[in-house]
Design a protein around this ligand. Structure first.
Ligand code: AMP
Ligand code: MG
Length: 325
């Protein structure tokens, strides 16, 4: 069972748990977040495991201040103006990742953009500063349920699955952050939230565009998925010569010795480790001289569901990639 600790007493313990690769429920002004070290793939995988999320959608990176954001993303003039006006606060910006950004690819679901914000909670900013690394954090609720705005609500959702809930009182905003994507001078509203469109338009002096690329409209919906150039074959028992093999577990598919390249997501068959390795492995095999990427069967349980969901999207025809998150 989770322990609920008042924020005044929680700083050191929360930082220690995060440093050990754990997840911690933290207060923010929007809703409570389920946080993990954004540089640690297995810690980020635990977020998806804990929420029971059946797919990997990208998470918001929470930082302590603009300086910390500048290490992770490229802030242009418009982004900087918005950051100066609205941070700390409920505005998330999706920005191109900075060169050499250390954020783990599971946070961005393999995309080259990162969603980032500075939360208003003094505790959470102090925690991030103490920890010294960005925190990846979606809402602290089970997948498919409504967000939690009190520590007790987090406890009801996730109390049996996590160790520590930091109680920072009721979330003052109570709805999710507004998400905008900034692409040069173009600014697109991806999700309405705690900061009004008009307030953003006042600062940037342009109209926000509507997110219209996807066929399905959903809050914060992801408009494009990372998709490899090479074709993919899933659940294979036999590797064709010249294919790259994405392996899982100790047993190899027949013909593995003829593969152009092999990466094992987890030798020991650990789904958390496999989740953490998935996006970098797909990218690396995609860069190989192979004819296709062929993937060994991955069990459809726990994190395996999200791994298989992402592999199916990567294997699907191109016009499928924009469907939903
Ligand atoms: P949550 O953390 O639950 O408030 O959800 C974050 C939302 O941000 C998700 O719905 C994502 O689809 C969206 N998001 C995060 N990163 C990106 C990105 N790089 N591009 C587009 N959307 C994003
Ligand atoms: Mg949520």
């Amino acid at each position: 069972m989770a322990r609920i600790i008042p924020y005044e007493e929680a700083l050191n313990e929360a930082a220690a748990l995060l440093g050990a690769g754990g997840v911690v429920a933290i207060p923010t002004e929007t809703v409570y977040g389920l946080a993990a070290d954004a540089l640690n793939g297995e810690a980020v995988a635990k977020i998806f495991e804990t929420k029971g999320r059946p797919r990997f959608n990208p998470l918001i990176a929470h930082v302590a201040n603009i300086g910390m954001a500048a290490v992770l993303v490229a802030l242009n003039d418009k982004a900087l103006a918005l950051a100066e006006k609205f941070w700390p606060g409920p505005l998330t910006m999706v920005l191109p990742m900075a060169d050499g950004s250390p954020v783990h690819p599971l946070v961005t679901a393999g995309l080259d953009t990162l969603a980032i914000r500075v939360p208003k909670s003094d505790f959470t900013r102090a925690l991030i500063a103490e920890f010294g690394r960005p925190l990846a954090a979606p809402s602290a609720n089970r997948s498919g349920r409504i967000s939690a705005t009190t520590a007790a609500a987090v406890d009801a959702e996730l109390g049996d699955r996590i160790e520590l809930i930091v109680d920072g009182g009721s979330a003052t905003v109570g709805v999710e952050s507004t998400i905008v994507r900034i692409d040069g001078d173009r600014i697109t509203l991806l999700r309405p939230g705690g900061i009004a469109r008009e307030a953003i338009e006042d600062v940037v002096k342009t109209r926000l565009e509507a997110a219209s690329e996807g066929k399905v409209q959903a809050p914060g919906m992801l408009l494009s998925h990372y998709a490899p150039q090479l074709g993919m074959r899933l659940g294979v028992q036999e590797v064709e010569p010249g294919e790259a093999l994405l392996a899982f577990g100790p047993q190899r598919a027949a013909g593995a010795e003829h593969a152009a390249a092999v990466i094992n997501l987890s030798e020991k068959g650990d789904l958390r480790e496999a989740a953490a390795n998935l996006f970098s492995a797909m990218r690396e095999l995609d860069r190989s001289e192979a004819t296709a990427i062929t993937v060994e069967p991955i069990p459809e349980q726990g994190l395996g569901e999200a791994i298989n969901d992402r592999l199916r999207r990567a294997a699907a025809p191109r016009d499928m990639h924009g469907l939903g998150e």
